[in-house]
Design a protein around this ligand. Sequence first.
Ligand code: PMP
Length: 406
Amino acid sequence: MFNVDAIRREFPLLQREVHGKPLVYLDNAATTQKPQCVIDSLTNYYTSMNSNVHRGAHCLADEATRAYETARGQVARFINAARECEIIWTSGTTEGINIIARGIADRLAPRHNVVVSAMEHHANLVPWQQACHRSGAELRIAPINDAGDIDMTALAELIDSNTAILSVAHISNALGTINPVHKIGEMLKSVNPSALFMIDGAQGIAHGDVDVQALGCDFYAFSGHKVFGPTGVGVLWGRESVLADWPVWQTGGEMISSVTYQSAEWNILPSRLEAGTPNIAGAIALGTAINWLSQQDLEGLRAHEQTLIRYADERAAQVSGLRQIGTAEKRIGVLSFVLSQGHAADVGFLLDRQGIAIRTGNHCAEPLMERFGLSGSARASFSIYNTVDEIDLLFTGIEKAKMMLE
Ligand code: PMP
């Protein structure tokens, strides 16, 4: 049974105060807080097991390697990867997307095109811009409507036999839109079976049921810190048949099978794409986070998240001067808004004084904000440990901020 109070008790940081007020943490799209088991996992690693993986001839190295590879398996099962070697440890979503964008840049010619949507985070836009600039390929942007949904008819018109890759967010960090990724993948592959399909899962991993095989994608990238794990570690999942000969992006230790003074041969997956000493503690703690999440009542948890967003929508509709950005039917976790009474940055400041943490600005999606005629918005983003009471506190805070700004 899903019990939000019990969940909250597992997150020590949620117990603290800010500016003398109980913390109301509504910046979960930026990063989630960590349950005690994840914090313990990091500490335990350094207090009892610290060692380098895959190389030592001693007990500690064996234990560290086992824990590190166990975490890979935990991630593989969580996202239903066909094989563990398809899980590549990265530093986060940004690195995962860059590995694919840099790799594909070598294969792009001026006749090719790359398709993204108008709602992408800079991490799923700029790497493709760079790949296109370098190769002369065309970057195509699928428009969105005023609610914040991708215009599927327009998207269909952008895909053709020269589309090399299409990359889209599973869930938008700025609008909360849940994109119909499965349908997008089907559309892409029906027009061009050899085109690759990448999903930016930075937000999807914490809110969606991610089954990479069922989604029909070739790559899925996410960050540990958005799914209750530590910062500095993330995952690039790729279909083995595609990743097996993917251009190596960093060279050095671990990623080689043999080396002479003049040349080297590459290792097999996953080492091939994992040069150097990895973030061992981070990977193990991410495994702990994912294990912890898998043990929760996932159905209850998703229902709770829907309750929060629907309640926030209802409350937002009653606030005079509040314009909501992103009202897609299929949406989760994000209430993005501006107030006619004042600038988003001032709203964020005034809420912070009341202990309420939100994010303001362009949310690393500057072109998207421009699409809505804005330089930025205030964004409250919810996680599984937030409550309806906290949403009430948010709206009390917004009313107070309005009074001070008027
Ligand atoms: N894509 C989306 C949709 C995101 O929300 C984020 C993080 N805000 C990223 C990519 C980049 O993630 P990271 O900074 O952890 O690499």
